[in-house]
Structure formats: structure tokens, C-alpha cells
Design a binder for this molecule. Sequence first.
Ligand SMILES: [Zn+2]
Ligand SMILES: [Zn+2]
Length: 778
Amino acid sequence: MKMPTRERREVSVRGIVQGVGFRPFVFALAKKRGLAGSVRNDAEGVHIEVEGATGDLERFLRALEADAPPLAVVEAVAWRPLGVSGEAGFRIEESADGLHRQALVSPDVATCDECLSEILDPSDRRFLYPFTNCTNCGPRFTITRSVPYDRATTTMARFTMCRDCRREYDDPQNRRFHAQPNACPECGPKVRLLDKFGHEMRGKPEDPVEHAARMLRGRAVVAIKGLGGYHLACDPFDEKAVKALRSRKFRQDKPFALMARDVEQARELCHISSEEKKLLASPARPIVLLDRREDSGVAEDIAPRQKTLGVMLAYTPLHHLLLHDAGVPLVMTSGNNADEPIAYRDGESFDHLGGIADYFLLHDRPIHMRCDDSVMRVVKGEPYHLRRSRGYAPAPLGVAEGFGRHILACGGELKNTFCVAKEGHVFMSHHIGDLENYETLRSFREGIEHFRGLFDIEPEIVAYDLHPEYLSTKYARELEEDGMPAVGIQHHHAHIASCLADNERPSGERAIGVAFDGTGYGTDGAIWGGEFFEGSIEKGFERRGHLEYAPLPGGSAAIREPWRMAVSHLIGIYGEEEVVRLPLAAIRQAGERNVRLIARLVERNLNTPPTSSAGRLFDAVAALVGVPGSHRTTYEGQAAIELELAAKGVSESGYPFRLRDDGEGWVVETREAMAGAVEDLMSGSASGEVSSKFHRTMAEVVVAGCERVRERSGTNAVALSGGTFQNMLLLDQASKFLEERSFIVHRHRRVPTGDGGLALGQAALANAMSGKSEVAKS
Ligand SMILES: [Zn+2]
Ligand SMILES: [Zn+2]
């Protein structure tokens, strides 16, 4: 009988392969095939030497990728032959210190099924233990202080493992082998329930989690320390509890998220498709916007007037135990006052939340990085990010072409995220928030420092938005003054580049870019937001057309008070004297005095910049049909969101509009569409009908603009980006009409369409520009 050929190979595995149970997995795989050799972590990932029969080696290599542990992301497996050594057995080797700086820090991961069954098993030593985790699940990003990722560099450093935990940690065949946050009731973090004065709650039930659940069923608001910050919880079926939470939080209309124990419980609240189920139950456990059931029974104040509910599943053992004890889903809204970022430091939680919460369910494992819940929905069967944060950050995003230099991109002002990029990876930050307050600006600065350390990035270029007043821009300019090369990137160019990079398109590929959003600084000083471009990441983008400019009366005041935009448009169409006499509810509500005030602002051009913003056009129509948020909004984008909610499905026809040539390009005249909406309303059309027709009109505007650009350029791919494409009715129709006309449509897939995705585009464009300057120098 012929002996099979023996071989030895050196294998390197790159990607997220450290801190995710990869070495024990390799160990088990080698044992199963009777292979000899060793495995260790190295600077790039995991290094393996393996020896055995050729066929077994081949199967081993295939399994490295195909059967990798759930949290591993294998980006590349490479190997080269070595001389056969004849060694026997397979070992896991300790990694050399200082080597794993390149290794990637994993996002936080929801409790795995095995850990969940342990905490519900009375015979298990972790029965009811709220901090149970293993190599397949648990906190990662939020507890990591620095790299290499090791217990000593996490906020678990203060807890010394007991003998049992240590044994698991040291055993390569154990699920907890090198699980850095490993803990048990004996040695790990502990949970406590305090009243709002900071006094420990004693008496029955003794278990703080069970006690908190009882308080929640008794109408209390409880602040709960989670993975990336505090939540505020209450019983969603109790109208009074929900009302109390709203008024104490100073949050009028913005929906509250809910947390359910499992998919079955979530189904009692919402209709859930198979794709939505998959997303809900994924290890990232995002909040998913789902169609609410008529009979869900939740208090109206949870999500006033919304057709959807934001639902997530329990993602830590503490949540599982709490929901188990409560027996109902819970409101789980971010623990903050109106506009502040989510609280995450123990000291500040009482200061910030003392006026809101009746009780505090706390623990002593510090949170190093604040990280909000991610928010998503499913669009045409695909996940669509509205906020990319916990569970996703800081996982790297691959791009079509690598980065020649280390880049820092600072993002925008609202819903800020930043990113750092090097080689083939972009590391998008967690959701930082609106930079207008001190606390958020601090997390922005600290976040950037943290990411530089985690990913070993020394930025050689910093990219920023052209808006001179954005605090992210000011931060970049400070770096520039210290000598770092800096590039300003136009807001909507960044959106389009972001969408293309998100879809891993090559940088030389030309595309039509449709950037619809609320506000962005234009190169002509106007406020842009309804733009059509053509170009590529490599060569840059040129503006071909845009929505016609309209006066934005009072600047940012017009964003908070959408009726101003309606009056602005109507004055442009009918003139002041006619507008005050229009028999429209919106005009009556605004009042003659206000209409005339707007007319003066427009006439004298006082704090009234021109804007092509699509978001503002939606605001204007929202105000015309009279949605609740049209007088004064209580959260960003409210009027446009309510206009979408008002729509009665897809309309058969839209309002008229035209494209008019205008010097270098063309503009979309929407006055006929506005006038059409006014006539419909005056002749008694329902607001839902007008809204549907307007949505269809805007989708047709997108198509007409793209057709015009394609006629002259031949470009056939379209990138849809900007916050306005959070509007599903617009996105669905625009995509459908474009595809019917044989356009290739790129929507966002991995980063948000709103400003949360901006930094990716800034980085891509800055990279392309740095390439050019190199060419220029040589
Ligand atoms: Zn686990
Ligand atoms: Zn222990």
C-alpha cells in the first residue's frame, strides 16, 4: 500500500481572527484530521504551521475559511511549503508581546445560545449570572482600552479570575479559552439596584435584576447600564409610565425603541419578514424598524403616529434575565436628556439621569467607549443602516482599492461618525452624535485618539467638510495648523463617493450621483441638498444640475419651522398679497403677520440664503399638507418623516415639473409641482393623496435628472445618497423607475445614507486626491 505524501505548510490567516476563538478552532480542526504543528497569533492575524497528508492539509485549509468561528472574519488565507519536520501533535503557542497591534478589535457581540442556556440552567455555576460570556460572545469594543487586546488592556483588568474561570481560560479545548472578559458570580462584575438617591435597594426580591423587573411592572422608570451606555426602561403597555418617561426626558415625538426577549415576543408587536428576523437575531442585534401590528397594545406615546416600531432583541445576559423576569418587552431608549449624548460613566449617570429614572440597575464593569444601539431597516431584502454603531463598529470595511496613506476623515456635524483608513481597510467609528454640544465634541476627540491607537494609524492626510462652522472642520483645521496636510471635501461629493465606496466600486468607475439631503455647504456659498453630479472617485465629481434655489428664510430657523419654507415657495409662485389670501390651513396657521415677515426676509435677503435642498422641499410640502411637526419640529427631519407617514401608498401620477437649462447646467423647476399641490389641497384632496403624488414627483425628478446626465455623458450607473434617501417611499420608487430605464442603481449597504456615512466618502476622495498630488510631484 502506498503511503500518502506528507507535507508541511506555513499558513497565514488575516482578518478578525484574534479574540474570537480562532486558535482553539484551528487546534480542534488539526486534531480532527490528525495533523501536527502549531498555531499562534502574529502581527497580521494568525500564523499556523501544519504537517500531514496532502489531502488532509487541503481540507484543513478549506475549513479555515468555511467553518471559521461565528465572530471571525477571514479576509485571506495564504500558505507556502516548508520542509517536513516529522513532528507529532499540535500545540497552541503564546503570542509574542507587542506583535498584535495590527490585529483587529471586534465589535461587541450578543450573548450566544450556549451562554444563554447556561444562565437559565439552575445546575450551572453561571445560573442567573448577568455577565456570562465566552469567545463567541460578549463585550469587546466597549471595554477595550488599548491593544493588544488582552484582559489587562480591557476594563475587566480589575477582576481577578477565580480558579474555575482561569481553568477555562487556559484550556484550548474550552469555549472560554482566552475569552478576555471571562467571569462568573465568584470573581466577576456584580449588579446592584439603587434608588434615585443612590441608596441600595434591599429586601425582597433579593436579586437586583428580579427586583428591577418588579419595579418596571409597577410603573417605574429604571436606568439600566448596558454595553455601550445607559438605557431608560419602562413598561411599554403602561400609558402613564411611557408618558412620564417622555415628559421627564423632554422628548415629545421621537419614537422610543423596544427590547424583546426573542423573535417570538417581537412578533407580538410587529410583522417580521424572514430577512428582518435574520437581522434582528444577528450577533450585532441592531434596532430594526418593523411594521407595527395594529393589535400590538403598546402605548400610543411609544411612537406617536408611526407605522413602524424600532425593536431589538436582548443582547446581554443582563437584558435576557431582566426581560425574562419582566415577562413583557420593555421600552429601552437611550439614557440621555433631550439632546445630550447617551450617559455611560457611572459618576455622571446620576447627574444626567437622576431627574428621569426612579431606579438605577448598575454594575461595576466600566464602559470604556460609549456606543449607541445601531438602527436599521430592511430594504428589498437587504439591510439598510440608519445608524451604524454597536455591533458593527469598529469592524473594518473593505474597499475596492487600498489606501496609499493613512487617512483620517472627520465626517459632518450632525449624526457624526469619523473614520480612519489604511491599506485595504476603513474603520468607521461608532455613532458620535451631533457635535453641537461639549460632551459630544469631547467624545469625538477622544474617539479619534482611541481609533488611532487601536488601529495603529498615524494620519498623513485629514479630510473635512467644507462647512467652516462645523466643529469637525475646526478640529481638522487645528491639525492642519500643526502641519498635517488637509483636504476639504464638498458635502455632497462625499455622499456620492461614500455610496460608491460602500458598494466597493473601483475608483475610476464613472457614475451619476444623486445627493438629496437637508443641508450641505455648496462651493458657491449656497446651501445645497438636491444635486446631480457626474464623475468618479478618482477624477472627482462635477455638478450637472440641481433643484432650483429657493430662499431659506431665517436660515436654521427655517429648518426648525418648516412652515417658513412653504411660505417661501408660495411667495415665489403667487406673490405676497395673494399668499395671505390663499384659503389654505397652512397659511391660516402661520398667520398673516408671519407670512409678511417671511416676505420681508426674502425681499431684503436677510439671513435668507438660497438653497437647493431636497429635504427643505419635503418640509415645504409637509407644511402645506399640515403634518403635526410642520409648525415646529421636535427632532431632526420630523416634518419630512411625517409627510412620508401621511402618504397613502404609491401614486399613479405625479405633479408637473421641468428641467431648465441654466448656464453651465440645468435646474429642476418645481413651482408647477408646488402649485399643483396647492390646487389639490384647495379643491379638497386629502393630505395623504397630495403626499403620495409629491413622493412620486420627486422620484420622477430623480429619473429625469439622471436621464439628462446620461444623454450627455453616457454614464449609466447611479449612486443614491444623502439623508433624504432614508425615505422609503422615495427610495423604492426612484430605484424602481431607474431600473425600468436600465440604470444600474447603487444604494447604501454598509454605512448610512445620511451624514453617518459621510466620512467614508471623504476618506475615499482624499485618498484619490493624494494620489494625484503624488503624480503632480513626480
Ligand atoms: Zn457565549
Ligand atoms: Zn470566576
